[in-house]
Design a protein around this ligand. Sequence first.
Ligand SMILES: Cc1cc2nc3c(=O)[nH]c(=O)nc-3n(C[C@H](O)[C@H](O)[C@H](O)COP(=O)(O)O)c2cc1C
Length: 202
Amino acid sequence: MKKILIIFAHPARTRSKMNSALRAAVEDLENVTINDLYANYPDFLIDVKREQSLCEEHDVIIFQHPFYWYSTPSIIKEWLDLVLEHDWAYGSKGKALEGKIFLQAITAGGDDCTYKKDGCNIFTIRELTSPYCAMANLCNMNWLPPFAVLGIHQGLSDEEVKFHAEEYRRTVIALRDDTLDIEKAKHGQYLNSDLDSIIRRS
Ligand SMILES: Cc1cc2nc3c(=O)[nH]c(=O)nc-3n(C[C@H](O)[C@H](O)[C@H](O)COP(=O)(O)O)c2cc1C
């Protein structure tokens, strides 16, 4: 079994519907650790050694967050700036994250049609998250496309929220149990575009 670290960042957790549902769907799973950044560091004073140890102890690192201004909530940027130290995460001696799987689990107000060249957001989610792909590459991590739940501003029904939460649980279990076809998954637009085609039956 692989060990999964979910680095969770939502600055207004009590108002969150989608991220709360996604998180609730996975937090009881064996070998899954939830690291809630805003709960642990309300003053943004990140404990670098604790965060590095957590990363070292896990095989899969997931940043789970709402999409804020085409990016992450700000505490994730702070986390990156402090935790990914030279000669730990990257550089000639920086091997701590080598071979680990990295992905983002993103929720966004805009729907898929808005995230394209002729849509109001001009760029695709894959293009907008490319700095995270570059970060994973520099740290010799195995990058996967984002697990994405889009169109939240249109108002998702309770059934749709439940569906996405179940898909997230399926994805996390497949990553943990090594039943997800990593190479095939890399080519999809989103990790959850078609889970049946990338998750092997165990
Ligand atoms: C400060 C802020 C910035 C946001 N920026 C974006 C954005 O760039 N693109 C987008 O599609 N939605 C954006 N949204 C909408 C959130 O992504 C959306 O409300 C969130 O994913 C819903 O998840 P939740 O129910 O867990 O809060 C933004 C919301 C806030 C509050």
